[in-house]
Design a binder for this molecule. Structure first.
Ligand code: SF4
Length: 77
């Protein structure tokens, strides 16, 4: 099961909860973009993916030790 968020510009952020172990590295790499609940990461409430820090989200995906995060930028790259 995955937590998936889509932005108005087609940007997509997902966390695969079959892989995530709740380490919190993603929160450190992209402050404000993720929350932890039930030992899993979720896109933060109200996160506007079209306006979000895409470099930070890429860092978060790279920082995840279990490759649980998939970030696909939309129209704005
Ligand atoms: S860095 Fe990866 S394993 Fe750690 S909480 Fe974030 S998504 Fe889960």
């Amino acid at each position: 099961m995955s937590a998936v968020l889509r932005g108005a510009d087609g940007t997509r952020l997902s966390v695969d909860h079959g892989l995530c172990s709740g380490t919190g590295h993603c929160q450190e790499a992209a402050p404000g973009a993720f929350r932890l609940a039930d030992r899993r990461a979720w896109p933060a409430e109200g996160l506007d993916l079209a306006a979000a820090d895409h470099a930070g989200l890429r860092r978060a995906a790279d920082a995840c030790p279990w490759y649980a995060i998939t970030f696909t930028p939309g129209g704005n790259g």
